[in-house]
Design a protein around this ligand. Sequence first.
Ligand SMILES: Nc1ncnc2c1ncn2[C@@H]1O[C@H](COP(=O)(O)OP(=O)(O)O)[C@@H](O)[C@H]1O
Ligand SMILES: [Mg+2]
Length: 242
Amino acid sequence: MTADASAITFENVNYSAEDIHILKSITGSVPEGKITTLVGPSGAGKTTLFKLCNGLQSPDSGNIFVKGKQIDHYEPVELRRSVGIALQKATMISGSVRENLELPLKLQESELAVDRAKELLNMVGLDDTFLQKKTKDLSGGQRQKLSIARTLVNRPDILLLDEITSSLDSVSRQDIEELIIKINNQNGTTILWITHNLQQALSIGDYTWVMMDGEVVETGESSFLRNPQNDRVKQFVRGEIE
Ligand SMILES: Nc1ncnc2c1ncn2[C@@H]1O[C@H](COP(=O)(O)OP(=O)(O)O)[C@@H](O)[C@H]1O
Ligand SMILES: [Mg+2]
């Protein structure tokens, strides 16, 4: 097997907050253009790892490289353009879909052309009529699609998804899964996806990382989840560790 190019590389990354050692010597590479799923019990440090990847927090020691460049060499705007993030709770401003879609560019004092707005909506499976709709009238699945469309405004090379299907019904969940696979296929976008759903991690992921207590304890092609080597990971996939 040849080594894939790396979208994000972690070298001995440590991070503490309030004297708690949250991330412990994280080392590993997220391969470019692939879908990597990230699973592990609540409190393992998954979300914290994301915050380091888009510059919300900085490591206490170690290095993070985004597309080969050290993360603290990025301008904040440049990093936000390269690394998009979507969260379980898709936060919206009150107002229209269009106003929400425009937000990332408004922050850069730029504007979003109507055609581009429609293209983005269509990409996530929402037709043109959604442009004028109020976000308060959207379903959970539609809000999540809008949230994804909004992260695509900047054409990120890397998308970080944090439990984005956790509060959706199974039909909407499947819809979003297909959408992310499409974005990965069509744009070659690197996906790093935190999920609680092991079946999802297995079926969607090319690769999977299991995190526990601030450490990456097992990684590989996602199929290893069927037969993990690490004893704690075995317990975790059997549902014995929440
Ligand atoms: N700012 C903070 N101050 C103190 N503890 C924090 C802070 N942020 C996260 N933690 C703790 O770090 C651990 C990892 O949290 P998190 O990254 O949210 O885990 P996960 O996403 O895997 O559930 C948890 O124990 C959490 O309580
Ligand atoms: Mg989390």
